[in-house]
Design a protein around this ligand. Structure first.
Ligand code: UDP
Length: 241
């Protein structure tokens, strides 16, 4: 339930979270991060399986969307702003490069994936690409069998919500280490295939607007999930959270 999602929400700053993730990688811990926006939470409210994932105390939810930050604020939860999936993925790749750790990339179109692999090899030669598979026509379990065998340090899954979270959660108990993150459309941005919003939009918390302007078909989904999200937050507030 929404109330529990907020209890699992990371409330520190993005740089602090990056330090925590780096340390987890250095110490070979297991960490599962869900980068959430209002839509993620509203899918959770409707989908029993995602709800269970978001309610688990071991799941770390970070506020990817500004809506989650605003929702938390209106419930009296102080957060230090967004921790975005795309920047988290970039940070993990950078840290893996600096410390010669291995990365597995699962998801996105083949050309996007190959462009990202080339970029990582060029810009972060210290990072080891343990393996990669595009997100189309694959057997998810077969891919995770391979990931389990390779034991990479970072596992980035870019298949969209909730498929990426449900898949990670189902396989997580079989791993003893790894930083697992469901990163949505981040491979498209990090590979250079899609442009991220210009800094102005990011700084003014208007990245959502830029994405809608670029992909108007997102508007209906965005509008409905945000409307429901803020309605539910208001109700939580009325009930004294
Ligand atoms: N994707 C995929 N396989 C699929 C459907 C989607 O690999 O069957 C990828 C898609 O190419 C994109 C990512 O999943 O890179 C989802 O991007 P989107 O921006 O829709 O993610 P979200 O809005 O969920 O963050």
């Amino acid at each position: 339930m929404l109330k529990q999602y907020f209890e699992n929400l990371y409330t520190g700053s993005q740089p602090e979270f990056f330090k925590r993730a780096s340390l987890a990688m250095d110490q070979e811990e297991k960490l599962f991060v869900v980068t959430a926006n209002p839509e993620t939470m509203m899918i959770g409210v409707q989908d029993q399986d995602l709800d269970a994932v978001l309610c688990k105390p071991s799941t770390v939810i970070v506020p990817d969307g500004i809506g989650v930050v605003k929702g938390a604020q209106s419930l009296g939860i102080e957060t230090q702003g967004r921790v975005t999936g795309v920047e988290l993925a970039a940070h993990l790749i950078r840290h893996a490069g600096e410390t010669n750790r291995s990365i597995y990339l699962y998801g996105a179109k083949e050309e996007v994936l190959q462009a990202l692999v080339s970029r990582i090899q060029r810009e972060h030669p210290g990072a080891v690409i343990a393996g990669c598979r595009n997100g189309y026509g694959q057997d998810d379990d077969e891919v995770f069998e391979e990931i389990l065998r390779l034991k990479p340090d970072v596992i980035l899954v870019a298949l969209g919500i909730p498929r990426q979270e449900l898949l990670i959660d189902r396989w997580l108990p079989r791993f003893s280490k790894g930083i697992f993150v469901g990163v949505g459309g981040s491979f498209d941005v990090l590979s250079g295939s899609k442009k991220r919003a210009p800094q102005f939009f990011v700084r003014c918390n208007l990245e959502w607007l830029y994405r809608i302007m670029k992909e108007p078909k997102r508007f209906g989904r965005f509008y409905r999930s945000n409307l429901r999200f803020f309605r539910e937050v208001k109700q939580l507030k009325r009930l004294g959270r």
